[in-house]
Design a protein around this ligand. Structure first.
Ligand code: ZN
Length: 170
């Protein structure tokens, strides 16, 4: 039971730190736009903007004859899109056909975009600290002088033992 409490307290503290960090990022994302992974050898680019963390990855299908070569132009059509949406999290995958005038003919790239709404992370990480806060406030209101430490019952008439929950008062 004691180990469980230590575990819970550690989880609450970690959750609180994550909550603060994500809140800072969340506010920052509306003021500026952060990008990582702009190295041309890397194909995944991360962007933090307008409350969203977006990961974009572009690659050639492994069986493509031009896999590994860099292609410069992407034809606007045809394009196919599919994906899914959850509250706070969405994924889009699109096939982008390359310029058919290229000598190796029509080929395509796949682009996957994963968008994570930062409010989802702030909401998830706020759960444990909020529970802790509610419990702390309740404990505080229970430990008012003259009240039972366990249930908060008024003990002015029976200071030694709580008539409500039966706990001895120390
Ligand atoms: Zn009591």
């Amino acid at each position: 039971m004691k180990r469980l409490r230590i575990l819970l307290n550690t989880a609450t503290l970690l959750s609180l730190l994550l909550f603060i960090a994500t809140s800072v990022l969340w506010i920052r994302s509306y003021q500026t736009r952060d990008n990582w992974g702009h190295d041309p050898t890397r194909q995944t680019v991360w962007t933090l903007t307008n409350g969203e963390l977006i990961a974009v990855r572009i690659w050639l299908p492994p069986d493509s004859p031009s896999a590994g070569t860099r292609t410069s132009r992407i034809a606007p059509f045809p394009e196919r899109l599919h994906g899914w949406d959850l509250p706070g999290l969405s994924s889009k995958e699109r096939w982008l056909w390359l310029d058919p005038s290229r000598p190796n003919g029509i080929e395509f790239r796949i682009q996957r975009t994963i968008t994570l709404q930062l409010w989802l992370i702030t909401a998830i990480t706020s759960v444990l600290p909020l529970i802790w806060l509610v419990r702390a406030v309740r404990t505080r209101s229970r430990t008012r002088p003259g009240c039972c430490k366990h249930c908060g019952y008024d003990l002015r008439a029976t200071p030694a033992r709580c008539p409500e929950c039966g706990k001895q008062q120390t």
